[in-house]
Write a protein that binds this ligand. Structure first.
Ligand code: ATP
Ligand code: F1X
Length: 303
């Protein structure tokens, strides 16, 4: 079983505004509302590849009900809390600007109800811990959850940033997926070359991650393991909406590893999943990924 955890889900309010001016009344050309949050996006993409997941996390209020309604086709086991799930604004003005809201406050009872699901994890399972932490939880909370998963002998994948990621590395996750800025922030180092970035990714491998997938937006991605570094460029295309591109890569990793793919094949899938999302109005579909896969090549560097 694959579990995705979204502790801080969202309704993503995507607003297309062709002429935007700060300090003025602006009007949209088009808008859309979709369930958001990184774990939810991973599950949505995997569902399109006939890969079943169970979705864990918290929902609240009218926005929480919207998320549950829209995800009725998936196996959601969210805990309902007081307050309202946040609305994250994704402003498309030619540039992409995001304003992400805050989580409702979680009580000890909410957290205990959520953690009950972790007692059912078995060694065959994969647990994907994604996104920001609600403020009411400690920065070490992903590490706490990751340790519970590892105690069961299951795999844990972590896509978060900053202090929560630093703590979580101690649980020796199968995969972390920082983007360039997140990897630099993790070690408080700026990089200006591919070699410097690779060195930081190797440091994350030494610190406990089995695979470090560094996503580089339009420049592609780098996959670093203890044995080698794999690099691939992203395909060129018309970028429409990159929200969830990183989450789609995580879905690509899970999908490819389930087929016992080589690291090169895994990276090709990660890029195809990510770029297919970047090139469409919403998350990647199977057809979009299949069209991109043959266009992606990888290179390998030892050590
Ligand atoms: N401009 C682009 N052109 C082609 N592919 C892109 C572009 N932007 C993103 N991608 C694809 O999506 C992947 C992930 O992108 P990115 O590094 O922006 O992730 P991220 O910062 O985690 O995104 P998010 O948090 O919005 O999910 C890239 O590795 C690439 O495959
Ligand atoms: O605020 P967080 O939890 O870091 O990120 C939340 C979020 O930006 O991530 C997804 C895209 O990756 C969106 O669906 C969602 O709005």
């Amino acid at each position: 079983m694959i579990y995705t955890v979204t502790l801080n889900p969202s309704v993503d309010y995507i607003m297309h505004v062709s002429s935007f001016e700060i300090g003025k009344t602006n009007r949209t050309d088009a808008q859309d509302m979709v369930p958001g949050g990184k774990g939810i996006n991973v599950s949505t993409v995997l569902d399109r590849f006939n890969t079943q997941t169970t979705l864990l996390g918290f929902v609240a209020g009218f926005t929480g009900r919207f998320i549950e309604e829209k995800l009725a086709h998936l196996d959601t086991k969210f805990i309902t809390t007081d307050g309202a799930t946040r609305i994250n604004v994704k402003l498309k003005t030619g540039d992409e600007t995001e304003i992400n809201g805050q989580s409702p406050v979680l009580t000890e009872q909410d957290v205990a109800a959520f953690e009950e699901a972790f007692t059912h994890i078995t060694a065959e399972d994969t647990v994907v811990l994604c996104g920001s932490l609600p403020h009411s939880l400690p920065k070490s909370y992903y590490k706490t959850l990751a340790m519970k998963v590892k105690e069961k002998g299951a795999r844990v994948i972590i896509d978060t940033s900053g202090e929560p990621l630093l703590h979580a590395l101690e649980a020796k996750p199968t995969l972390i997926k920082p983007n360039k800025a997140e990897l630099e922030a993790l070690y408080e180092v700026e990089t200006s070359t591919q070699e410097e970035m690779e060195a930081l990714a190797k440091r994350a491998v030494q610190d406990g991650a089995e695979h470090v997938l560094v996503s580089l937006g339009g420049d592609g991605a780098m996959l670093v393991t203890k044995d080698a570094t794999y690099i691939a460029e992203a395909p060129k295309g018309n970028v429409i909406n990159t929200v969830g591109a990183g989450d789609s890569m995580v879905a690509g990793f899970i999908y490819a590893t389930a087929q016992d793919a080589t690291p090169e094949e895994i990276l090709r899938h990660c890029i195809a999943f990510g770029s297919a999302t970047a090139f469409s109005t919403e998350l990647a579909t199977k057809d979009e990924v299949s069209a991109l896969l043959p266009t992606i090549t990888t290179s390998r560097k030892e050590g």
